[in-house]
Design a protein. Structure first.
Length: 240
């Protein structure tokens, strides 16, 4: 059983201006402070991990909507990172077949997948066996707590996140700016954003990890479709 829920997260940081009065002086007209952009988000939860499959798209270069339609998906989200040679940056296992082995990286420092026992995982260590696994990152959440991040040259971009809950559900989340759909929060902001969402929606997230975002990302739910601008390397297909 897959339960789909679309949560709209509207997150804005209030801009506060403090004024101080002393002796009278010249009248100064303050420059209006522009409101910070809001972050909007959607999420869907998969209660049966057996309904999730990972589809490689490194050389095929199909659109997410093509992959969604051809594989009879009810919803879906783009996967991990790939290089200029159209290869996954790290470990990639789909349908039990290993397309690439583990790579050493400080950024893609985690693994997301589903073991042969059907249990989803997000971990720092590579799985010994799994039917589906993806090396990606950075890790955002571990053991129910946000992980601190310090990203050099961090930028605003649309974000895709995979999370696992204490009752072994999978949650896929996207966060972006409605006015510019390929923009969104900085990477180092994600642990706090996920923590806020987790507390507000009572999701019981234990672990979360970043997926490929920005222009090479897509998210397809029942009421929302966010298409990619550049080809996605892989696609998580969720069936009913």
């Amino acid at each position: 059983m897959k339960r789909l829920f679309l949560i709209t997260f509207l997150i804005a940081v209030a801009a506060i201006t403090f004024t101080r009065r002393s002796t009278p002086g010249p009248t100064i007209t303050p420059t209006p402070t522009p409101s910070p952009p809001q972050t909007k988000g959607y999420a869907f939860i998969v209660t049966d991990p057996r309904n999730v499959s990972l589809i490689p798209n490194f050389s095929e270069k199909k659109t997410s909507e093509q992959l969604w339609s051809e594989n009879d998906c009810s919803s879906g989200i783009s996967g991990g990172f790939y290089d200029t040679d159209n290869r996954p940056l790290g470990l990639f296992i789909a349908n039990g077949e290993t397309l690439r082995k583990i790579s050493n990286s400080t950024l893609i420092n985690g693994f997301f997948g589903i073991g042969e026992d059907g249990r989803p995982f997000i971990s720092r260590q590579a799985p010994s066996t799994s039917r589906m696994a993806l090396q990606t990152g950075p890790r955002l959440y571990a053991n129910g707590q946000p992980l601190p991040l310090a990203i050099r040259n961090d930028e605003h971009a649309r974000r895709m996140v995979a999370a696992v809950t204490s009752d072994q559900n999978i949650i896929f989340i996207t966060l972006y700016q409605p006015e510019s759909v390929f923009d969104g929060p900085r990477l180092e902001e994600l642990p706090t954003r996920i923590s806020d969402i987790n507390k507000k929606e009572l999701l019981n997230i234990t672990d979360a990890i970043n997926l490929d975002g920005g222009s090479a990302s897509s998210f397809i739910g029942s009421n929302v479709t966010l298409n990619e601008l550049t080809p996605i390397g892989s696609f998580f297909c969720i069936k009913s």
